[in-house]
Design a binder for this molecule. Structure first.
Ligand code: SF4
Ligand code: SF4
Length: 232
């Protein structure tokens, strides 16, 4: 069944139940996301896609479209910017020295919201790196706890999770099952590193293999990729 909604005043026709963030992208409206990826189940962890729906703030990745819905994408713009600033303040993000710079979704969303510096106090967390696996390692203090790795990276034989969250609150950190990590194929390692929206999951032996000037978001920005239907 088709429904009619408006997004920032633009009249849009969509299939009932489709996810708002996808409907917006299909109609040329970019809503930033860091945990959501088209075609995968919604995680709803980062809240960066928050928009106003009929006056209420909601994460666009969690909202099925319904007839008569009125969506304002940038009404909570400062709130989105604050969410992104909090993500930067909660980790250690020194972009010029980061292997993921130019390929990092958090960095590009920071540009998108016009963030120059976080207005929140930086916490400078001390989270030990995990370097034991043969092909993959974790730079834990860059993790934004989107949980993509937890939900979508599995051991191919047993289906068991390779990544999980250990501890709670400010002591939370992503941990890897080292035995399962050592069973990952090269392709699976590459996919896990690409799945991570920041420079936390890294493939050993690659580092700065893409020269500056030829990295993913230096060539074409995230907004264009999403609108062109390539996903993230
Ligand atoms: S993970 Fe992204 S935001 Fe953090 S330091 Fe690396 S490039 Fe910058
Ligand atoms: S390691 Fe990367 S993919 Fe996993 S929760 Fe942290 S930011 Fe997300």
């Amino acid at each position: 069944m088709s429904v009619n909604i408006t997004i920032d005043g633009l009249a849009v026709r969509a299939d009932a139940g489709d996810t708002l963030v996808d409907v917006a992208a299909d109609n040329g409206v970019y809503i930033p996301t860091l945990c959501y990826q088209r075609g995968r189940p919604c995680l709803g962890t980062c809240r960066v896609c928050s928009v106003r729906v009929n006056g209420n703030v909601m994460a666009a990745c969690t909202v099925p479209v319904a007839d008569g819905m009125e969506v304002e994408v940038n009404d909570p713009a400062d709130m989105r910017k604050a969410l992104v600033e909090l993500l930067f303040a909660e980790g250690n993000h020194n972009c010029p020295s980061c292997e993921k710079s130019g390929r990092c979704e958090l960095q590009v969303v920071g540009y998108e919201v016009g963030m120059m510096v976080s207005r929140f106090p930086y916490r400078f967390p001390l989270r030990d790196r995990e370097t034991r696996p043969k092909k993959i390692w974790l730079e834990n203090d860059r993790c934004i706890f989107c949980q993509r790795c937890v939900e979508f990276v599995r051991d191919r034989e047993t289906g068991r999770r390779i990544f999980s969250i250990d501890h709670r609150g400010s002591r939370s950190r992503i941990v890897m099952d080292v035995a399962l990590a050592d069973r990952m194929s090269d392709q699976q390692v590459r996919e896990a590193a690409e799945l991570c929206p920041v420079g936390c999951i890294l493939q050993k032996g690659l580092g700065y293999n893409d020269p500056i000037g030829r990295r993913r978001f230096e060539v074409r920005r995230l907004r264009q990729r999403v609108l062109e239907g390539e996903g993230q």
